[in-house]
Design a protein around this ligand. Structure first.
Ligand code: HEC
Ligand code: HEC
Length: 709
């Protein structure tokens, strides 16, 4: 040792140079590895596409499909310039965030019920409007955009990544324009229901279908025995159908909508409830049902027997509902689920992701602050909702993560281990920094009328700019201010904002912890706003390094958190706009508002408003008909079709009549198409002046300008 120190002293210069070189090489190697993905798919695709004569502009793996159920077709795919290289898109489509919906082998082997067509065929998934892809190096099984393989605890799963819900496509005369970061047109609820039916069909089949399925899964070589396959079949059939049952909504979503918050909230509540709380709720439910004569004594005996087993044990909290469903008859389960969960019945239009890292606040109701670790937290919350495996459990002692997340020092702590890949979530957010809004392609769509555009630009300044700031789409220094409008002012459907702010739930394992809500910290009571519970759970997951080897996970975790803090250019700030401030009495008052954002790229993002209740930009500039209005005027449609991806360049939106799509009925709860009548009706301004409604000619001028954004 002494000798070593002696020689170190003698050769310290050489050592320092060596160390320096070593660090430089290590940094270069790390950077190269992290950029490698850029070459994988580019090499193959550009080569093949050049062979096919498509020019240099490769298709980013896009596959075409002859015709969908609404008669739409696209025989080629075009990408518009959005600041991303092909490799960025491909990486965004295929990078896992730790979402585990179904064992991967099951998805590969599954067939449509009563058919031998693979469930995952491009034709089938295109019917739900997931975007078909060809096999490429980063996507060897040709999964659609945003469907990815995730590996957790040595098992492979099929999951969703951001791109499944945040990549759009609009078709025009046979050309499919892929819109990176654009709203998905997908019908996720029908997809999940049909997936559950397909798995359930295999599970209950006693003949050829099941045998074929089991053989296919076994041939893939990951299951040790047929019994394991059959056990998993049972588990996932029940898991998927229970997920669909507890998330049932009286207002159907249709294409291009999802109640993201409602569903994320339910996933959190499912994973935090304690055994004691469950027992209480169960006893209450059973008593109710016995009184109503719906349960027999036999049922009650069985439920009590199951309860004494470990079905509701406290330290195993993933898939509570699954375990409950084994213990309870369906009617009791449904009743009980009403006591634990809230209805996700406020579906919203998928928002678009360009300019997102440049925003101060995001989400339709502005709940997500982007400053600090905000974006990592927001993405983690989303991954909790989108089938991250949540191995949350009570463990002895205190851990660094439990201490950081504010659990204090106690004999036990809650561990928030999960499959969620916080590292990738940060890299994804980083990549979004480079994404730009798509510009109206004059070589594909009819050109914009320049004279009208110039006149429309002036109208925009008067009527719209106060809430929808203009930005230069490719300015790296651009910042987007979310301009909030309280519900009563903007007048659009209130359900989404109200549900998000007012839903409460049993706080379970999070009880007695502190969380920042509104103007300060609050102590979480037995029941609490789910918004507070989600915040706490999310922070706890972010504070828990991933399930990798110890050195790597701690190094990477610290690096991610520090890098996010250092590179995030958004600083904490107050929200802009007109909204009611949070108070101790109403800590979520500010959430009863919606966000107006910059409208660049808006032409490619129909349907409009947070609930997708207006099919085209033209319709948004019309008033909603009230009883006092004459019949002869032009109004927003109260009913229209959703599902076609054929672009309407005149009204600017997607085709909304003339085919058997999903019927969007604006009279249903959550679907109102009222409000936001700026320019559509005369309006009293705060200073007493009246802002006149636009004439038809002015409306067309403004529309022409909106196309150019
Ligand atoms: C299963 C579908 C789904 C997936 C997967 C998904 N999102 Fe979303 N996302 C939504 C929906 C729906 C909303 C609207 C929620 C709301 O505000 O009510 C949303 C909202 C957002 C917003 C707010 C946008 C705005 O205009 O304010 C951002 C940012 C976002 N998502 C980013 C991501 C990122 C990044 C990922 C992946 C890490 C992701 N999302 C994965 C469905 C999804
Ligand atoms: C007082 C603020 C305010 C003014 C003025 C205003 N908006 Fe909005 N805008 C909003 C808010 C808030 C929303 C979100 C409402 C919702 O989704 O329920 C919105 C949403 C929109 C959307 C839908 C965005 C999407 O992703 O679906 C469009 C398009 C739009 N506004 C265009 C306009 C135009 C054009 C004008 C001028 C004629 C205008 N707005 C004037 C506040 C405003």
């Amino acid at each position: 040792m002494g000798l070593f120190l002696d020689s170190l002293q003698k050769h310290w210069r050489k050592c320092a140079i060596f160390l320096f070189l070593f660090l430089v090489v290590a940094m270069v190697v790390t950077t190269v590895i992290s950029k490698m993905y850029q070459f994988w798919d580019v090499g193959s695709d550009s080569y093949f596409d050049r062979l096919k004569g498509d020019g240099w502009e490769f298709q980013r793996g896009a596959a075409t499909v002859a015709q969908d159920q609404f008669g739409d077709q696209f025989s080629s795919v075009r990408y518009l310039w959005q600041g991303w290289k092909p490799a960025d898109s491909m990486w965004f489509y295929t990078t896992t965030q730790g979402s585990d919906l179904l064992p991967y082998d099951f998805f590969m082997a599954l067939e449509k019920p009563n058919s031998s067509e693979p469930f995952r065929s491009n034709e089938n998934l295109n019917n739900y409007h997931y975007l078909p892809q060809k096999a490429t190096i980063s996507n060897p099984d040709a999964l659609p955009v945003g469907f990815v393989k995730d590996t957790y605890k040595s098992h492979d799963y099929l999951g969703f990544t951001c791109a499944a819900c945040h990549t759009g496509q609009v078709n025009y005369r046979g050309i499919g324009m892929r819109i990176d970061g654009g709203p998905a047109g997908s019908d996720m609820v029908s997809f999940l229901q049909d997936l559950a039916t397909a798995v359930w069909t295999v599970r209950t089949d006693s003949g050829g279908t099941r045998a074929r399925f089991v053989k296919k899964v076994m041939d893939r070589g990951h299951y040790a025995s047929e019994k394991e396959v059959v056990d998993d079949l049972q588990k996932y059939a029940q898991r998927l159908s229970m997920y669909n049952t507890i998330n049932h909504s009286e207002t159907p979503y249709g294409y291009a909508r999802l109640d993201a918050f409602g569903r994320i909230y339910n996933r959190v509540l499912e994973h935090i409830v304690t055994q004691k709380e469950l027992k209480q709720q169960l006893d209450l439910t059973v008593a109710d049902l016995v009184k109503a004569g719906t349960l027999t004594q036999d049922d009650v005996d069985r439920i009590q027997k199951e309860q004494s087993g470990d079905v509701l044990s406290d330290n195993q909290r993933d898939h509570l509902v699954l375990r409950l469903s084994q213990a309870l008859p369906l009617k009791a389960l449904l009743k009980m689920s009403e006591k634990i969960f809230n209805r996700p019945d406020a579906p919203v239009s998928y928002p678009f992701l360009w300019d997102i890292p440049q925003h101060d606040y995001v989400q339709w109701n502005g709940i997500g602050a982007n400053a600090g670790l905000g974006s990592i937290g927001r993405n983690t919350g989303e991954a909790i909702g989108v089938f991250g495996t949540l191995d949350w459990a009570e463990e002895p002692g205190t851990s660094l993560s439990s201490f950081i997340s504010g659990q204090g020092i106690h004999a036990t702590h809650i561990s928030f281990k999960s499959s969620i890949n916080v590292h990738n979530l940060r890299l994804i957010e980083d990549r979004l920094n480079l994404l730009e809004s798509p510009q109206w392609p004059q070589d594909i769509l009819p050109p914009i009328d320049k004279d009208r555009e110039v006149r429309g630009e002036r109208l925009f300044t008067t009527y719209c700019e106060s809430c929808h700031t203009r930005v230069k789409r490719d300015d790296p220094k651009r910042r987007i201010v979310a301009h909030m409008s309280r519900l009563n002012d903007v007048g659009t459907d209130k359900k989404m904002a109200q549900n998000a702010a007012t839903y409460t739930g049993l706080s379970g394992i999070l009880r007695n912890q502190y969380v920042t809500a509104g103007p300060g910290d609050v102590l979480i009571d037995e029941r609490a706003p789910v918004a507070a519970l989600l915040t706490k759970a999310t922070l706890s997951v972010v504070a828990t390094p991933e399930n990798k080897n110890f050195v790597r996970r701690v190094y990477q975790w610290v690096y991610d958190l520090v890098a996010e803090q250092l590179t995030n250019k958004i600083k904490p700030s107050l929200k802009h706009g007109d909204y009611d401030p949070d108070t101790m009495a109403d800590p979520y008052a500010s959430l009863l508002a919606y966000k107006g954002r910059s409208l660049n790229g808006i032409w490619a993002t129909a349907p409009y408003l947070h609930n997708g209740s207006v099919p085209t930009l033209y319709d948004l500039l019309l008033p909603k008909k009230t009883d006092a209005d004459p019949r002869s005027g032009e109004y927003r449609p109260d009913e229209f079709r959703v599902g076609s991806r054929e672009f309407d360049p005149v009204k600017v939106g997607l085709k909304s009549s003339g085919y058997e799509g999903f019927t969007f009925d604006t009279r249903r709860a959550g679907n109102s198409n009222a409000g936001h009548e700026y320019g559509a009706r005369d309006r009293k301004l705060p200073n007493g002046d009246t802002e006149k409604a636009l004439t038809k000619d002015q409306r067309n001028d403004l529309l022409e300008y909106l196309k150019s954004l």
